[in-house]
Design a protein around this ligand. Structure first.
Ligand code: PEP
Ligand code: MN
Length: 353
């Protein structure tokens, strides 16, 4: 159920509706829009008694939502969600393309600082890097843990980047929330409902990666888990799905981007690295992601990928990332997006003289 407030409804009227919803034993989710506020209602087993709400002052309409996902739906909020970060003007879901880059794993301070400096100079606003790694083999490198998070936090201060890093369980989620700027939930955990609920109670935005065999509905329901707990800053990510092809690690399902845009107000990023599996295919897939209308990219970059402790084969060299970032500007412009320019070189200084 969804309560649409009048365009000129007051804050007090919205609060009074929320209070009434709580008295009825349900949870209200006020989501302010550009022109009016909508209040989503969750926690109801059957139909909510619409009459009890439709007569309250300021209420325009009470609408039954038939889809299983409610808070993520465009019915609830017609305009795109723009995720913002405290102390930064970087956004996800606005006009500026969000560029996230960094190694698969944090391996040492020196390794992370070298790559962080490079990607910051190329225009990335977000530094990615796992300190807790969900690996297929229990014998593979599992990440540096809290020490890795300390290194990420130091790199944020040194280079002015926002930190995106993965949480794999209860304990790591609390640490990621403390040190990072954005909590990544990986493909393997997309349907870890206990973890999704915890992320929903966290105060930092969530980057939710599509499971490698998840449908669009399952992805949206996973996002609904996070939002239903009160965290409305969720960003989806397409990172490739498992198919019968063996020329890539995963098949990048670019078609999910317009499908997502139709059904939900949440932003979606494309991860060309985990889809490609090999460095030489990352750049073309990144171009496709921007062209199809993704709100940004998350790309693995490493200064010495042959010695990387995870995902070296799909990591770009910093020079490749830099060339890609410059090259994407043309495509971004065609689809009505801007890209952050950290210094005159990135702004195309040669042409501007
Ligand atoms: C990662 O970002 O390094 C990662 C493990 O991604 P995914 O969950 O998409 O496999
Ligand atoms: Mn990786």
């Amino acid at each position: 159920m969804l309560v649409l407030m009048n365009v000129n409804a007051t804050e007090e009227q919205t609060q009074a509706v929320c209070k009434r919803v709580e008295e009825m034993g349900y949870r209200p989710h006020p989501l302010p829009g550009a022109t009016r506020c909508a209040i989503g209602i969750t926690g109801n087993k059957g139909a909510v008694e619409a009459d009890a709400l439709s007569q309250l002052p300021g209420v325009a309409e009470v609408i039954a939502v038939s889809k299983p996902y409610k808070l993520v739906s465009r019915d609830m909020k017609a305009e795109d969600t723009i995720v913002r970060f405290e102390g930064s003007d970087a956004t996800i879901g606005g006009t500026e393309l969000a560029l996230m880059a960094g190694p698969c794993s944090v391996e040492s301070r020196d390794q992370l600082f070298r790559v962080a400096e490079a990607v910051a100079n190329s225009g990335a606003r977000f530094l990615r890097g796992g300190a807790f790694k969900p690996r297929t083999s229990p014998y593979a490198f599992q990440g540096m843990g809290e020490e890795g998070l300390e290194i990420l936090a130091a790199a944020r201060e040194a280079f002015g980047l926002l930190v995106v890093t993965e949480a794999v369980d209860h304990e790591s989620l609390a640490l990621v929330e403390q040190y990072g700027d954005m909590i990544q939930i990986g493909a393997r955990n997309m349907q870890n409902f206990a973890l999704l609920k915890l992320a929903g109670r966290a105060r930092k935005p969530v980057l939710l990666k599509r499971g490698m065999a998840a449908t669009l509905d399952e992805l949206l329901m996973a996002a609904e888990y996070v939002m239903s707990e009160g965290n409305y800053n969720v960003v989806l990510c397409e990172r490739g799905i498992r198919t019968f092809t063996d020329h890539t690690r995963n098949t990048l399902d670019v078609s999910i981007v317009p499908a997502v845009k139709k059904l939900t107000h949440l932003p979606i990023l494309v991860d060309p690295s985990h889809a490609a599996g090999k460095r030489d295919k990352v750049v073309p897939l990144a171009r496709a992601g921007v062209a199809v209308g993704a709100d940004g990219l998350i790309v693995e970059v490493h200064c010495d990928p042959d010695r990387a402790l995870s995902d070296g084969a799909q990591s770009l060299y910093p020079e490749q990332f830099d060339a890609m970032a410059q090259n994407l500007r043309g495509i971004a412009e065609l689809v009505g997006r801007t890209m952050y320019a950290p210094h005159p070189k990135a702004a195309g200084a040669g042409a501007a003289k």
